[in-house]
Design a protein around this ligand. Structure first.
Ligand code: C2E
Ligand code: CA
Ligand code: CA
Ligand code: CA
Length: 276
C-alpha cells in the first residue's frame, strides 16, 4: 500500500507539473497571438422572443494555436486573465467588435441597428481604465454607444460593489449598456441587482438547460424574469438548444434569447455575409 501510495503521489505530482507546464506554454504562446492573426472573433446572434427578430450578437473570442489547434476560451481567457495579458487583449477585442458592428449597420441601411455584446473580464473591470478605453473605441469607430453592450460576470462585481457601481454608472452615463452575465449562478445575484446598476441580466445556461424537466429551475427562471422586470432590467436567456425551451421562456416573458437552436457562433465574415 505504501508503494502504491508513493506511486500515486508521484503520478499526481507529475500530472500537476504537466498542468503547470501547459499553462506556462500557453501563456508564452498567447503573447503576440493577436498580431500573428491566431485570435479571431465569432458572433452568435441574439433574438427578441416577442417577434423573433435578430437584435444583436455576442462576440466570442477564438484562438487557433499553431500546433494545438483550437484552445477553449475557458482555458485561454483564464490564462490571459491570470497573466495580465487580458489588459492588452481586452481592448483589442473591444476595438474589433466595434469595427465589425459598424460594418453590420453599413450593410443594412434603413434596417433596425444591431448591437454587439462584448465580454469584459474581472481584471479589465478592476483596472479602472475601462471607461476611457471604451470612450476611445466609440470615438474612433463612431459606433453609437447604445449599440455596445458589455457583459460582466457576477463574480467581477461581487466583492467590490462600490467601485464596480461607480464604474458601471460611468459607463452607462456614456450610453453603453451593461449586462450581468451567467446570472443566477450565485443566488446572491438577486440582491445585487438592487445595488449594481445594469441594463440587463443573462440567465445562465445551466438554468435554461433544465427549464423543461426541473420545476425548480423553471420557478427560479420565472422569478428572475419577474424580479428583473420589476426593476426595469432586460432579461436574456443563453444556451437555448431546444424549441421547447424557447417556447417556455417566451411564455414566461423573457425578452431576448441566444443558443444553438437559434444560431451558432460564426466567424465575423460569415456573420456579415449572412445578415438578414
Ligand atoms: P459566456 O460569456 O457565458 O459565453 C457563452 C458560451 O456558451 C460560449 O462559449 C458559447 O459558444 C456557448 N454557447 C452558446 N450557445 C450555446 C448553447 O446553446 N449551448 C451550449 N452548451 N453552449 C452555448 P465559448 O465561446 O466557449 O466561451 C466560453 C466563455 O469564455 C464565455 O462564456 C466567456 O466567459 C469567455 N469568453 C469568450 N470570449 C471572450 C472575450 O472576448 N473576452 C472575455 N473576457 N471572455 C470571453
Ligand atoms: Ca457572455
Ligand atoms: Ca454566460
Ligand atoms: Ca437543475
Amino acid at each position: 500500500a505504501k508503494v502504491a501510495g508513493k506511486n500515486c503521489y508521484r503520478f499526481y505530482s507529475r500530472a500537476m507539473d504537466q498542468a503547470v507546464e501547459r499553462r506556462v506554454h500557453l501563456e508564452h504562446a498567447l503573447r503576440g497571438a493577436w498580431d500573428r492573426g491566431e485570435l479571431s472573433l465569432v458572433y452568435q446572434p441574439v433574438f427578441r422572443l416577442g417577434d423573433g427578430a435578430m437584435v444583436g450578437a455576442e462576440a466570442l473570442l477564438r484562438w487557433k494555436h499553431p500546433e494545438q489547434g483550437l484552445i477553449a476560451p475557458s482555458v485561454f481567457i483564464d490564462v490571459a486573465e491570470q497573466s495580465g495579458q487580458i489588459e492588452t487583449l481586452g481592448p483589442q477585442v473591444l476595438r474589433a467588435a466595434c469595427e465589425d458592428a459598424v460594418a453590420w449597420q453599413r450593410a443594412r441601411p434603413g434596417a433596425d441597428p444591431l448591437f454587439v455584446s462584448v465580454n469584459v473580464s474581472p481584471r479589465q473591470l478592476r483596472n479602472g481604465d475601462l471607461p476611457n478605453v471604451v470612450a476611445a473605441c466609440l470615438r474612433e469607430t463612431e459606433l453609437p454607444p447604445w449599440l455596445l453592450h458589455l457583459e460582466l460576470t457576477e463574480t467581477a462585481v461581487i466583492g467590490d460593489e462600490v467601485h464596480a457601481s461607480a464604474l458601471l454608472s460611468r459607463l452607462r452615463a456614456s450610453g453603453v449598456k451593461v449586462w450581468l452575465d451567467d446570472f443566477g449562478t450565485g443566488f446572491s445575484g438577486l440582491s445585487h441587482l438592487r445595488r449594481v446598476p445594469v441594463d440587463g441580466v443573462k440567465i445562465d445556461r445551466s438554468f435554461v438547460a433544465d427549464v423543461l424537466r426541473d420545476p425548480d429551475d423553471l420557478a427560479l427562471t420565472t422569478a428572475i424574469i419577474a424580479m428583473a422586470h420589476s426593476l426595469g432590467v432586460t432579461v436574456v436567456a443563453e444556451g437555448v438548444e431546444k424549441e421547447g425551451q424557447y417556447a417556455v421562456l417566451r411564455e414566461r416573458g423573457c425578452d431576448l434569447a441566444q443558443g444553438y437552436w437559434l444560431g451558432h457562433p460564426v466567424p465575423a465574415a460569415e456573420f456579415l455575409a449572412q445578415l438578414p
